[in-house]
Design a protein around this ligand. Structure first.
Ligand SMILES: Cc1cc2nc3c(=O)[nH]c(=O)nc-3n(C[C@H](O)[C@H](O)[C@H](O)COP(=O)(O)OP(=O)(O)OC[C@H]3O[C@@H](n4cnc5c(N)ncnc54)[C@H](O)[C@@H]3O)c2cc1C
Length: 256
């Protein structure tokens, strides 16, 4: 189905030009791409959504870059569309009113993998499959496994609360995000959540941010829960003559 772009306010030309100029001065021209080819490369995702071409793509290298973009965009009233791997199927990474596409794929560091605390601290542009490989090399396991894991990224997974085949057993991304660092429109940086499995005090801002599809803030770091790597993984193909028998078999496996 072709999704028509929603009705949105298009920023005035002079506001966009001032914002782009200020971004180039603050971040350096190499991080701000206004070329036709550069903008086109980041204007679609894996949905059929067609938006309004962006005016500039910013290639963020750090939290400070992200905060600067959100501060300058807010000052000039220019919209920002965060982007990770661009594999989304809901059109979330497609700009609908032009403005700035904020590409986070260069923020792809693994900051920490802690075997004792069973956590990984990562940047949002880390490819999900690369996180799997890194933690599994340590005997650990990060269950969320969207089928796009070779090219989707942790920031996009969190923004979409992505699931995958393992979601039935382990749950979706939401169950593995312990804490987030995020920049809000205007540039302030917040930290939500915790590093421990238990954390019961205060508002659950992390839960609000997970699944927010880039509308509340831009994640710049995530603290993720890990579990021990399963000793064996097996795939079984079973054939059933009725849907009911198939469902009953699933229930019998879950509760023998
Ligand atoms: C072949 C294929 C298989 C797929 N399989 C699955 C599956 O099994 N399960 C599933 O749930 N999905 C699946 N998807 C959909 C998609 O891959 C997931 O939704 C994935 O989580 C999107 O990640 P991404 O890095 O590509 O994000 P993008 O498409 O770049 O962005 C997705 C959303 O996240 C926002 N965003 C990106 N980075 C940030 C950030 N740093 N801070 C805040 N917001 C941000 C964007 O604005 C956008 O709204 C599949 C897609 C494909 C093409």
């Amino acid at each position: 189905m072709l999704v028509p772009p929603p009705e949105v306010r298009i920023p005035p030309r002079d506001a966009v030009e001032k914002a782009v100029l200020e971004l180039e001065r603050r971040l350096g021209p190499s991080k701000v791409d206004t070329s036709e080819a550069g903008r086109t490369a980041f204007d679609r995702d894996d949905s059929e959504a067609i938006g309004r071409p962006s005016d500039a793509v910013v290639l963020a290298h750090s939290r400070d870059d992200v905060a600067a973009v959100l501060a300058i965009a807010d000052k000039h009233g220019v919209p920002v569309t965060p982007r990770a791997g661009g594999t989304g199927r809901t059109g979330g990474a497609v700009p609908v009113a032009g403005g700035i596409v904020l590409a986070t794929h260069l923020m792809s560091q693994i900051v920490d993998i802690d075997r004792r605390d069973l956590v990984a601290v990562v940047q949002p542009g880390l490819v999900t499959g690369d996180l799997h490989a890194a933690v599994e090399a340590e005997g650990l396991f990060y269950p969320p496994d969207p089928n796009s894991l070779a090219s989707c990224m942790i920031g996009g997974n969190i923004a979409e609360n992505a699931g995958g085949p393992r979601a039935f057993k382990y749950g979706t991304t939401r169950e593995y995000v312990l804490g987030l660092e995020a920049c809000l429109m205007g540039g302030p940086v917040i930290r939500s959540g915790r590093r421990t499995v238990k954390g019961v005090t205060g508002y659950d801002i992390t839960a609000l941010l997970v699944g927010s599809e880039g509308t509340l803030g831009v994640f710049t770091e995530a603290t993720l829960r890990l579990v021990p790597k399963p000793p064996e993984v097996a795939t079984i193909l079973a054939l059933f003559s009725t849907l009911g028998a198939c469902g009953a078999a699933v229930s019998a496996i879950v509760v023998p």
